[in-house]
Design a protein around this ligand. Structure first.
Ligand SMILES: [Zn+2]
Length: 342
């Protein structure tokens, strides 16, 4: 990318109220059948227009066509039982009723490929597409079949790789794997989490990214953050191995948290998507606040490798707040761009 500080979002954006109940995760669709298919396409057009108007350079689908960033992909795999859900603890944090693995998992059909082709037909901007990461998928299910987290993660990684290759062929420029679980199971990240990502990205020629955050701004996550102490140094444990991996871009939560940004120096040589927008508050950042976060990150990341981004997805926010935050992100990046060119 030639322009400095190309902006993007971590993933989800609010859906229009005619498509799904706003400000809610796992919100059920309001349409069905042909109307739902057409409605999702319209939502893609709307989210693209909103990102474009805000000045976001690397655009995404805003996850308009999926109910949830993990479950929608899992729904399209064989070997998963959605009828008999069980309650499990997710990321050691909150209980959820989840499906189970009852047989070999494999991808039965493309999941997001048609959506990606449609998005490609609507824009000339670079597209980033998010998929769930293997470790985060493992952590969102119960497993009565493999009964081993690493084995299951590698099976998921193979299914993700099939999807990723087709997304690449559809014209996606950056494929991102969402791994919030990487900030929880630190030993497992080093033991097999990164290896699983390498399987998921094998053979891809487009750029690859991993998004590691402290989660959506939902209560379970903000409560958890209160228990993490004054300095959040989780990244420090996993970055050395991530720096050694073949993943091109690391997407992180940097604004308003307690992450000491010096940990970014452990990612030398990688591109870094610096989260400069807090998704856990309705307060809209000023462009100057965004610029401050970028300036701070610039102490540890080369300017040509710094991509301003949001901390995480914005699905639970109102559309108005999300729009304001996108505009602040683009304006903040422009401030620092001008400073560097002066
Ligand atoms: Zn996130």
């Amino acid at each position: 990318m030639k322009k400095l500080f190309p902006t993007s979002t971590a993933g989800s954006l609010p859906k229009p109220s005619w498509l799904a109940q706003p400000e809610q995760l796992w919100s059920p669709w309001k349409l069905e059948g042909e109307e739902l298919i057409a409605g999702k396409k319209d939502a893609l057009r709307v989210t693209l227009q909103e990102q474009d108007r805000a000045g976001i350079e690397i655009v995404s689908d805003g996850e308009q066509t999926r109910q949830h960033f993990v479950t929608t992909f899992i729904e399209n795999l064989s070997g998963v039982d959605f009828e008999n859900k069980k309650t499990v603890r997710i990321r050691d944090r909150y209980d959820a009723s989840v499906p189970g693995i009852i047989g070999p998992v494999s991808r039965q059909k493309p999941v997001f490929v048609d959506d990606a082709k449609f998005l490609r037909s609507q824009t000339n901007q670079p597209i980033k597409w998010a998929l769930p990461g293997p470790m985060t998928m493992v952590d969102t299910l119960y497993d009565d079949y493999y009964q081993d987290r690493k084995t299951l993660a590698f099976e998921f990684a193979k299914a993700l790789n099939e999807e990723a290759k087709e997304l690449e062929a559809a014209g996606v420029n950056i494929i991102q794997f969402d791994e919030p679980a990487f900030n929880v199971f630190l030993d497992e990240v080093n033991e097999w989490g990164i290896e699983a990502l390498e399987i998921a990205t094998q053979g891809l020629k487009c750029e690859t990214a991993v998004h590691i955050c402290y989660g959506y701004g939902i209560k379970a996550n903000t409560d958890w953050k209160k228990t993490l102490g004054n300095e959040w140094r989780h990244y420090e444990r996993t970055f050395p191995a991530i720096q050694q991996s073949s993943i091109d871009i690391i997407s992180l939560e940097c604004h308003n948290g307690r992450v000491p940004l010096e940990v970014l120096s452990l990612l030398k040589g990688k591109k870094v998507m610096v989260g400069a927008i807090d998704v856990a508050t309705n307060d809209i950042e000023t462009p100057e606040e965004v610029a401050d976060t970028i300036r701070e990150a610039l102490k540890y990341v080369d300017a040509d490798k710094l991509y301003p981004c949001t901390n995480c997805g914005m699905a639970p926010l109102s559309r108005e707040v999300a729009r304001g935050k996108l505009q602040a992100l683009a304006a903040g990046a422009e401030i620092v761009r001008k400073e560097l060119s002066a």
